[in-house]
Design a protein around this ligand. Structure first.
Ligand code: TPP
Length: 627
């Protein structure tokens, strides 16, 4: 391959990435950073015989383009289009699905072992970033891999010093120290000069010098860390020098072929620049980590036609800042997502009470539990789908000890284009079965404020879940309103309602819209803003069981084990059998990608479907469940 040709191909690939992602939005900076690495991997290895597993998978766009998905790439993240992450059902070149971080080493090791067991000589390559290497799961994989000594496993460490924000923690410091340390770099330079001066006759000196160099390297470099895990460390190499990458990967491949079956796996350390080749992304890799549609010339985001109210995330960030000013017990914790969870202002204003723990949700929760034992009121801000990682910490460390940790669960409900790995549709169900915890969901951004302000006073674990996107444009109340634990509120009331809609969180607006439209048709329907999925408001349910015999429940969560289930359980346990409950929520299946409104439409989380459910008209899909 001629150097100019390859550079031109890399350039073309970048241009396509930028052009398509500027329209669809997506993870641009991570993908731009690995263009040469992707080309080199596909040049040297033979996918799908050799399996390439991208950690998180948000950087796999070039891989998708190079493996037969170029023509459809413009459908990225759209309903029915190419997924923003590797997906087994999409291509044989995606051997393992992802979306959540730090799974690649474990998955690759499993695949490598499966190949060994079945006599398949294919190699398995995990590509993992420095951000994803802050998660415990990655080390569980490294530890097991070093022990198993599967020679066909290669881990490529894509080191760009960035998670979504700047990477954090001691390991990141350790790895950077070696690479940027002037003393080491000087010694390395001097060593090279010395080695060149020595003739081959002086082998003893040569060997001595090599050993000395290794000692120095071990002392300073990332290599010692991976070597301690039983890997053969190679690097660091320049991740934008295609020739060097290809050369190195070829040597690695040959070396593996010549090694005995049980040999230490190889770790290749590659240095890349996030956003490489597109100036706005190089200058602001955090903005271009995951970006909406933008103008290619300026890098400016395409603005919505009508200005939108503040997002729930922004309201959370602003409220917690105000709370921290008044209450020194409150501390804020994020798992590598200060920007995404709205904690940037807290980070600036209260650096001493702000913790970015890395991509370590499990640790974040247990760390919060520790803080809570000493009188603090930790607020752990984590997206719903990533909180799944921390399940046992919530049960064992927080709830079992009844510690007053506050979970700010952002992106609860469907999230849109990121698809099934990122939809936050399980949290009501997976939290509801845990004793001690309360689960709240605000009907709008003002109620989110009130719930956050009320939470520290409950003195128990509480999860407050709120959706992706902007609020309803509700004005902030001038006075602080405290919400009593477990109390719902009636938001539409009539003397003789034909049905009562029990709505939770963002679905309250949908329910109100349906009730208002039915009122226009002369039908009385009451709406109750549930506020809490746990404890549920038994007084209100009892009251309505007397008042009307049809209940509708609606939630941005799976039906199974969700808020509607809680209502059914209550009625059944109390022997109330003359009330029919129709539940609206997500069926027992994983939900694909699409815009939030498209998904709500498909699953009947709309006022039209609520109206149909009440008036008895057929719906196109079986979106409701009768009991
Ligand atoms: C369990 C989990 N938590 C959080 C995230 C959100 N997230 C996506 S990518 C990313 C940073 C990954 O950094 P790195 O591995 O260094 O890749 P880079 O984006 O720098 O290429 C984070 C925190 C996630 N995908 N999974």
């Amino acid at each position: 391959m001629n150097k100019n040709d390859t550079n031109e191909r890399a350039q073309k690939l970048r241009e396509k990435l930028i052009a398509d992602v500027s329209k669809t939005g997506g993870h641009l900076a991570p993908s731009l950073g690995v263009v040469e690495l992707t080309m080199a991997l596909h040049e040297v290895f033979e996918s799908p015989k050799d399996s390439i597993i991208w950690d998180v998978g948000h950087q796999a766009y070039a891989h998708k383009i190079l493996t037969g998905r170029s023509d459809r790439f413009h459908t990225l993240r759209q309903k029915g289009g190419i997924s923003g992450f590797p997906k087994r059902s999409e291509s044989e070149h995606d051997p393992f699905g992802a979306g959540h971080s730090s799974t690649s080493i474990s998955a690759a090791l499993g695949i490598a072992e499966a190949k060994s067991l079945s006599g398949d000589s294919g190699k398995t390559i995990a590509v993992i970033g420095d951000g994803s290497l802050t998660a415990g799961l990655a080390y569980e994989g490294l530890n097991n891999a070093g022990g198993l000594q599967n020679k066909n496993l290669i881990v490529v460490f894509n080191d760009n010093k960035m998670s979504i924000d700047k990477n954090v923690g001691a390991l990141s410091r350790f790895i950077n120290r070696g690479l940027t340390n002037p003393t080491f770099n000087r010694i390395r330079r001097d060593m090279k000069v010395l080695l060149n001066l020595i003739s081959t006759k002086d082998l003893n000196i040569l060997e001595l010098t090599r050993r000395a160099a290794l000692v120095v390297k071990d002392f300073f470099l990332a290599g010692s860390l991976f070597e301690a895990f039983g890997f053969r460390y190679i690097g660091p190499v320049d991740g934008h020098n295609l020739e060097e990458l290809i050369e190195t990967l070829k040597k690695i491949s040959q070396e593996i072929d010549m090694s005995p079956a049980k040999s230490n796996p190889i770790l290749l350390h590659v240095i890349t620049k996030k956003g490489k080749g597109y100036k706005p992304a190089e200058e602001d890799p955090t903005k271009f980590h995951g970006v909406g549609p933008f103008d290619i010339e300026t890098g400016e985001l395409v603005k919505p036609a009508i200005p939108k109210p503040p997002s729930y995330t922004e309201v959370f960030g602003e409220t917690i800042c105000k709370m921290m000013a008044k209450d020194s017990r409150i501390v804020a914790i994020t798992a590598a997502m200060p920007d995404g969870t709205g904690l940037n202002e807290v980070k600036e204003t209260y650096p001493g009470r702000y913790y970015d723990v890395g991509i370590a949700e499990q640790h974040a929760v247990t760390f919060a539990a520790g803080l809570a034992t000493r009188g603090f009121r930790p607020m752990v801000a984590i997206y719903s789908s990533f909180l799944q990682r921390a399940y046992d910490s919530i049960v064992h460390d927080v709830c079992l000890q009844n510690l007053p940790v506050i979970f700010a669960i952002d992106r609860a409900g469907v999230v849109g284009a990121d698809g099934p790995t990122h939809h936050g549709v399980f949290d009501i169900s997976f939290l509801r079965q845990i004793p001690a915890i309360a689960i709240a969901a605000p009907k709008d951004e003002e109620e989110l404020r009130q719930m956050l302000i009320s939470a520290p006073e409950y003195g128990i674990p509480i999860a407050i879940r709120y959706p992706r996107g902007c609020g309803l444009g509700v004005k902030a109340a001038t006075e602080t309103v405290h919400i009593p634990l477990g109390k719902s509120e009636v938001v539409r009331s009539h003397s003789r309602p034909i049905a009562a809609i029990f709505a939770i969180g963002n679905m309250t607006e949908v329910a109100c819209d349906a009730a208002d439209r039915l009122e226009g048709k002369g039908m009385q329907v009451d709406v109750i803003n549930a506020r809490f999925a746990k404890p549920i408001d038994e007084t209100m349910l009892n009251h309505y069981a007397q008042k009307c015999k049809t209940f509708i429940t609606i939630e941005d969560n799976v039906l199974m084990g969700g808020y509607g289930s809680a209502v059914l359980e209550f009625l059944s346990d109390r022997g109330i059998s003359d009330v029919t409950v129709k539940r609206i929520g997500y069926r027992d299946e994983f939900i694909g990608q699409g815009s939030i409104s498209e998904i709500h439409e498909m699953h009947g989380l709309t006022s039209e479907n609520v109206i149909k459910t009440i008036t008895g008209e057929d719906t196109e899909k079986p979106v409701t469940r009768d009991s």
